[in-house]
Design a protein around this ligand. Structure first.
Ligand code: BGC
Length: 741
């Protein structure tokens, strides 16, 4: 049916008739081949070009007139930042009705943690260890966006980040390649569903290919030097997982890897992505990253930059115009570029085809559906659900939490308690401050009618002014408990928002010290887009909740945890360092020949910093206690091609029901190359009542033990392994097994 429509539209627009000479090809290939045969070079380069619109302007402004003229003349195939059913329809009508071949536009947009309903930042969601809910956030994002005329999301960002100074750590799933891969797949499947042509799904993009998160010094856009082994073992797995999950697009990184900008990295894009992984979708550059290759100093002119990107397999150029302006002249000098241009065009038309745009180019631009679907109440319910599950309980001295909702007085102090901008974080897309329920409101809604909630900012997020301390102290002294809401403003993490220090900005630490001096219990609600290194806070406050930036339902979700309506179960997807000097610090490091020994001077350590992180990867407390026992393997050894089962008993030994994320790690004791001291290989999230036990079984297949060996072959090597199960990467029971030939 679909193909019939496609053929009909195609026939009408292009005027094709007669027997189809390509009938042995699949219908899609035949359609695209036939279309490509009709296209001029300018039209092909047009498909390979993407411009930005002006969605932020009010009124029916879609884009400036030059971009609309490009659309009209077939020299533009895609927009980003043109959103909304009405505006996308206006632009689409120009492409379909006025350009010679009527090829529909594809509209892309950044929806990193929601379209209009803002969910927790991706790093926060990764702390939920709940793949079904993570997928659901992506599904809702797609549902809302697709009703607003958007076809294509520039997400998920699957960059592994081992440096919390890097502002974009908030956009990904943290430091671990295995967990990053699971989350990548959940998000791709959530955005794309089973069928890209469905009205409720959008194309997804795995970005930024590759190793953008490894920016030297954590400074955004900075260069990277990475061995091929490290690249393949640490940075590429989530990308490969996304490719295997059928992601429609990849985006180049801004960074240079070992001397070659990612946008011109033919080994990465042509060899690894398109050849080894067999990726069939489209590769889009990052914003002007083709043209920026002249600044990188790898291309002397824009024309050279265009040629380098094309040769490397970058199919579509975002924002800069080097393809449309220069590839015709390059082609005149080098006819072999024609097949590359055709290939890029084919991939782009392929995604448009899969979205069903040739059947009905307007089907996503539906104002009625848009009004019905966007910001639906059910989406807000989900926002609260995933937000409370993303919270990590870092400290809870003397069972300070949960708070009794019937306390006489609660003092809510701190600059973020009433902030409506910060919960939305950066990349808030169409999220609105008016939709945010703040922490103060969340607390007020949760407490009993006799409880008085007092409030003072105390200070600003990032200033040296302490004049508000006096009022804050006065209120704190009257209260039975203090909830101190501190952290980073929305614009302190995200793109181009790296920090050289990752402590609490301004005088917020002094505010906490002053509050602690009142002798009242201090519960810190930390809002942040990256790990915060602030040892005094963690070591002295009575309770600390890591709440990240949680989206529109921040207040109710945090109140759910503060008052025990929900028992927190989040676990850190990233290590929290004690100080900036420890960075990079991550759990899956190598052992060195001189592993840390406190008493031995000649072992790996800093002489001026305690060894180890503040909190390890996988860490997070609960209002109950869990005990692991009876770690047993079903056999002592197994062969290649086979698997082993690891059993462990988990018991809730505390007083309230709770969920635990049981984690499985392995260590290859002697490989042909050095191996990490721990590697996450699995997890299970379980709900247990007080006193209840459950036996958990993990399966480890020989192929799960593969790595890039001394000869750069991906295989598992026979030998001894340790296996670990426990509550975090630093609190584990262990056993051993042997992998045989
Ligand atoms: C970012 C990308 C984003 C693009 C389009 C760039 O600056 O690096 O992640 O998708 O802009 O907004």
């Amino acid at each position: 049916m679909r193909i019939m429509f496609a053929t009909l539209i195609f026939g009408l627009i292009i005027g094709c008739s007669g027997p189809d000479p390509t009938q042995n090809l699949s219908a899609k290939e035949a359609f695209i081949d036939s279309l490509i045969n009709k296209m001029t070079i300018e039209e092909k380069l047009g498909q390979m070009s993407q411009s930005t619109g002006h969605w932020e302007m009010t009124g029916p402004v879609v884009a400036d007139s030059s971009n609309l003229e490009l659309t009209r003349t077939g020299r533009l195939g895609s927009f980003l930042n043109v959103i909304g059913a009405e505006r996308t329809r206006i632009a689409q009508e120009i492409a379909v009705n006025e350009s010679r071949l009527g090829i529909p536009l594809i509209f892309g947009y950044d929806m990193i943690h929601g379209y209009a309903t803002t969910f927790p930042i991706p790093l926060a969601e990764a702390a939920s260890w709940d793949l079904a809910l993570i997928k659901k956030s992506a599904e809702i994002t797609a549902l809302e966006a697709s009703a607003s005329g958007i076809h294509w999301n520039f997400a998920p960002m699957v960059d592994i980040a081992r440096d919390p100074r890097w502002g974009r750590i908030m956009e990904g799933a943290g430091e671990d390649p295995w967990w990053g891969s699971q989350v990548a797949v959940a998000r791709v499947k959530g955005y794309q569903g089973e069928d890209l042509s469905s009205l409720e799904t959008v194309a997804a993009t795995a970005k930024h290919f590759a190793a953008y998160g490894a920016a030297e010094g954590g400074r955004d856009y900075n260069s990277t030097e990475i061995s091929e082994r490290n690249l393949r073992e640490v940075y590429l797995p989530p990308f490969e997982a996304a490719s295997d999950a059928g992601v429609a697009a990849f985006m180049n990184g801004f960074n240079d890897i070992n001397g070659i900008p990612a946008t011109a990295h033919d080994f990465l894009v042509k060899q690894i992505l398109k050849t080894e992984w067999g990726f069939n979708g489209l590769v889009v550059s990052d914003w002007a990253s083709v043209q920026e290759m002249t600044d990188h100093g790898i291309a002397a002119t824009d024309a050279e930059a265009a040629a380098l990107a094309l040769e490397a397999g970058c199919d579509m150029e975002m924002v800069s115009k080097t393809y449309i302006n220069h590839l015709t002249e390059k082609l005149a000098l080098n006819p072999s570029y024609l097949s590359m241009i055709d290939e890029a065009t084919r991939r782009i038309l392929g995604v448009k085809y899969d979205l069903g745009l040739f059947d009905d180019p307007y089907k996503y631009s539906d104002s009625v559906r848009e009004a019905r679907v966007v910001r639906h109440n059910d989406h807000f319910k989900h926002a609260r659900e995933i937000a409370k599950r993303s919270i990590v309980l870092l400290e809870n001295r003397n069972n300070t939490l949960p708070l009794n909702p019937n306390l006489r007085k609660i003092a809510v102090i701190g600059p973020l308690a009433t902030d409506t901008e910060t919960p939305l974080a950066t990349w808030s897309a169409q999220g609105r401050q008016a939709d945010v329920t703040t922490i103060l409101e969340g607390i007020k809604l949760a407490v009993g009618t006799d409880t008085k909630v007092l409030q003072a900012d105390g200070c600003e997020i990032n200033s040296q002014d302490k004049s508000g301390f006096k009022k804050a102290r006065g209120l704190a002294k009257q209260a039975d408990a203090i909830v101190a809401v501190v952290g980073e403003h929305a614009l302190m993490s995200g793109e181009a928002l790296s920090r050289a220090d990752i402590d609490l900005p301004g005088v917020q630490l002094d505010l906490l010290k002053m509050l602690k001096e009142t002798g009242k219990p201090v519960v810190v609600v930390l809002m942040n887009g990256r790990p915060i290194a602030e040892p005094w806070m963690y070591e002295n406050c009575d309770a600390v909740l890591e709440t990240w930036h949680l989206g529109v339902q921040s207040g109710p979700a945090i109140a759910d945890v503060l008052f025990g309506h929900y028992n927190p179960a989040g676990k850190l997807p990233v290590t929290i360092p004690r100080s900036v000097g420890q960075i990079p610090i991550y759990y899956n490091h190598k052992n060195t020949g001189r592993a840390f020994e406190a008493q031995d001077r000649y072992t790996t350590k800093y002489i001026d910093e305690q060894h180890g992180p503040q909190y390890p990867f996988g860490y997070g407390l609960s209002y109950t206690e869990f005990t692991y026992s009876n770690l047993m393997l079903d056999k002592p050894s197994f062969h290649q091609g086979d698997s082993i089962i690891v059993n462990v008993t988990l018991t809730n030994t505390g007083d309230v029901p709770g969920e635990e994320v049981a984690q499985l790690y392995v260590r290859d004791l002697a490989g042909s190359v050095t191996r990490p001291i721990l590697e996450l290989k699995g997890f299970q999230k379980l709900m247990l009542d007080p006193g209840e036990s459950s036996t958990i079984a993990f399966t480890i297949k020989a192929e799960d033990l593969r790595f890039w060996d001394r000869n750069m072959k991906f295989k598992s090597e026979p030998g001894m392994f340790k296996v670990f199960v426990g509550t975090s990467s630093a609190d584990l029971s262990e056993s051993e097994f042997t992998l045989l030939d």
